[in-house]
Design a protein around this ligand. Structure first.
Ligand code: FMN
Length: 310
């Protein structure tokens, strides 16, 4: 199962672990890279020094390539953009915006640049500005999302750009990975399933909540502000949606979510915190090591593709 993404990222299997604020720190990233995928440290809103420390800790755990996901809305984005150059990180993915202004600096440093996009227009623009690949993320995904589903988005982006496309949003097993190959993607980015891995440092309550989820248990908040986020329905999402219906401003709504992901990930408050997870949570039934997750997803996809018949 070798694609252009395996060559570009120098990885064994076409599986990327999604950057996930608070969740994707050095343990998770190193475990995924050690298992043959691409692990990613999420910078989230962390200051540059914290990210530098995470990168060094990951390097102590693995010699394999790993990436850093830079959240462009972070107040520290500009400094983190320089830290990845100084620390000679192999790959950068970017979320929540347009990384155009940083691309020349990263390319000059030999970093593989992979913006996360949710539309054909942004994918084409990123290709024009020198991106090496894109992650095309459908709205089934956990966290910040766009409008289109993975099923509709991937083939349209694949047709619009020459660079390889990594599909994200709703990949929970080998069937999902095989499906995105059929749509023209050359790798799958997995988020929610890796949240429920042994190496993921999220609170046990968070993992258990994903494992107990049904298909319809996620909700999207923030559509009214243009910043939609998918998480498991709870007090926080219900309050947020109520305030949205009352027409509250972005600033008032933001107050409700300030620190809410940390509350769920670190403190285990799955009632009032933000339990970000994708629609595929309903399929996830157990906690496993990153190695077993990757092995299982890859072998299932290979079998399906090899033996497919009507
Ligand atoms: C808890 C959580 C936090 C996330 N945080 C980020 C982030 O900081 N930056 C980013 O680009 N994507 C973020 N994402 C999206 C993931 O990187 C990935 O694209 C997504 O989870 C894939 O869909 P799936 O959840 O259906 O596997 C987050 C997802 C989750 C579940």
């Amino acid at each position: 199962m070798k694609t252009r993404i395996c060559d570009l990222l120098k990885i064994e299997y076409p599986i990327v672990q999604g950057g996930m604020a608070w969740v994707a720190e050095h343990h998770l990233a190193a475990a995924v890279s050690e298992a043959g995928g691409l692990g990613i440290i999420a910078a989230g809103n962390a200051p540059a020094d914290v990210v530098r420390d995470e990168i060094r800790k990951a390097k102590a755990l693995t010699n394999k390539p790993f990436g850093v996901n830079i959240m462009l809305l972070s107040p520290h984005a500009a400094e983190v953009a320089e830290v990845v150059v100084e620390e000679k990180v192999s790959v950068v993915t970017t979320g929540a915006g347009n990384p155009e202004s940083y691309i020349p600096m990263w390319k000059e440093a030999g970093i593989v640049v992979i913006p996360v996009v949710a539309s054909v227009a942004l994918a084409k623009r990123m290709e024009k500005y020198g991106a090496d690949a894109v992650v095309a993320e459908g709205c089934e995904a956990g966290g910040h999302i766009g409008e289109l589903t993975t099923m509709a988005l991937i083939p349209q982006i694949v047709d619009a750009v020459e660079i390889p496309v990594i599909a994200a949003g709703g990949i929970g097993d080998g069937r999902g990975l095989a499906a995105v190959f059929m749509l023209g993607a050359e790798a799958g980015q997995i988020g929610t399933r890796f949240v429920v891995s042994h190496e993921s440092i999220v609170h046990d309550n968070y993992k258990k909540r994903i494992i107990s989820s049904k298909d319809i248990d996620s909700a999207v908040t923030g559509r009214s502000t243009g910043h939609p986020v998918r998480s498991i329905r709870n007090n926080m999402t219900r309050n947020y949606q109520k305030l949205e219906q009352e027409g509250k401003s972005f600033e008032e709504l933001e107050l409700l979510t300030l620190g809410s992901l940390k509350k769920a990930v670190v403190d285990g408050d799955i009632i009032n915190g933000s339990v970000m997870a994708g629609q595929i949570a309903g399929l996830i039934s157990k906690e496993q090591s990153c190695k077993d997750i990757i092995k299982e997803v890859v072998s299932e996809a290979e079998e399906l593709i090899k033996n497919f018949h009507f």
